[in-house]
Design a binder for this molecule. Structure first.
Ligand SMILES: [Zn+2]
Ligand SMILES: [Zn+2]
Length: 370
């Protein structure tokens, strides 16, 4: 671990310096080491950055307080910087130290801050991919095995992901000297931006691989055989870990998500693991009770007992015959629909009139006027 220079020392101020003294010291040093005044002097540039970092921390009261307690040269542990203790402090204090920490740790590691390229491509996880399959109602219920084509990025077999033509290798980017970021100075401010020359990679491929034109990856259609579990719901997403795009520079592959579209049945409506089916019954069946046959989602039929005096819309639950699940299956809900005959024969009409008379002229609407 390289030592982190004391920020007070960097600015040349005392530990109890006022905000004003810190600001003044920073301005003076920033002017002195400004790259415009020191063209082509890397040590001045380094100093300029250091001064900027010290000012960033010491000009912010929260960060300064934290630094005083745990920073290099300050406080508890005899001058050593203790990242663990510092992190605990930041967490307890509820202070967002993310930038500060990554900055500091980047320096402590003796390299560039994370995310700035660093000259070597960082391992990168492959892309997550999503595809969809269309299933018939029957296949969704019984489960299915499908082969699906998936377009994905795979590591180029010619350059093995290096992006460079075999026999050549990427060179350090001259613009950013491998840092991946370019620092521009405007007055007293220095602004960092992703290096436009290398796109933040820190390296430049002068002889791109001819197979992948320097991408390091190529598009390939791969076929996967996937098992769709029985009873899958419309809109379900099935995750296939590691079946997404290849990672970069040794990073892990992404995942593949398969979205399942299930065709409607026209007869059965699914809610949760239950299916509902509407079943017509005649007036005599509803009034007298009956044993009827109803279709099941799997294409079979099941006998159901309609209790006498069943009204229109009554729903009977038939155990089982729903969607399969790990602990059995859902149920089939039979909703009775009372059919009213339209074209009556003369004999039927007379029979109904006789029935109406037998009913003693009872008023079906008496409840409404009570
Ligand atoms: Zn290649
Ligand atoms: Zn660059």
């Amino acid at each position: 671990m390289a030592a982190v220079r004391d920020f007070y020392e960097v600015l040349g101020v005392r530990k109890n310096a006022t905000d004003d003294e810190i600001k003044k010291a920073y301005r003076k040093l920033a002017r002195q080491y400004h790259p415009d005044r020191n063209p082509g002097d890397p040590s001045a540039e380094e100093r300029f950055k250091e001064v900027g970092e010290a000012h960033d921390i010491l000009s912010d009261p929260e960060k300064r307080k934290a630094y005083d307690q745990f920073g290099a040269g300050g406080g508890l542990r005899g001058g050593g910087f203790d990242p663990g203790a510092f992190r605990d402090y930041a967490r307890d204090a509820g202070v967002d130290m993310t930038d500060f920490l990554s900055d500091l740790f980047g320096r402590v590691r003796g390299g560039a801050a994370p995310g700035s390229g660093g000259g070597r491509p960082r391992p990168e996880r492959g892309a997550d991919l999503e595809t969809s399959v269309n299933l018939s109602f029957d296949d969704a219920l019984s489960g299915a095995q499908l082969t699906i084509p998936v377009e994905r990025d795979v590591t180029c077999a010619t350059c093995h992901g290096s992006r460079a033509e075999p026999g050549t290798s990427p060179t350090v980017c001259p613009e950013c000297e491998g840092r991946g970021v370019r620092t521009r100075n405007q007055g007293f401010f220095s602004m960092s931006e992703t290096c436009p020359r290398c796109g933040g990679e820190g390296t430049i491929v002068e002889h791109p691989c001819h197979t992948c034109t320097g991408r390091g990856r190529v598009r390939r259609t791969k076929r996967y055989t996937i098992r769709i579990p029985a009873g899958v719901k419309d809109g379900a997403r099935i995750r296939l870990p590691g079946r997404g795009g290849d990672g970069l520079a040794g990073g892990p592959p992404g995942d593949l998500y398969v979205r399942v579209n299930v065709a409607p049945s026209g007869l059965f409506v699914r809610r949760g693991d239950d299916f509902t089916v509407e079943v017509p019954i005649t007036f005599p069946e509803a009034a007298l009770g009956a044993e009827i046959e109803v279709p099941t989602p799997t294409g079979g039929r099941v006998r159901v007992r309609v209790p006498e005096g069943s009204g229109d819309g009554r729903t009977l639950r038939v155990r089982g015959h729903g969607a399969p699940r790990s602990d059995g299956s859902g149920d089939l809900l039979v909703r009775l629909r009372l059919q009213v005959p339209g074209d009556l024969t003369r004999a039927q009409r007379e029979a109904l009139e006789r029935y109406a008379n037998l009913d003693g002229g009872a008023d079906a609407r008496a409840e409404l006027f009570r």
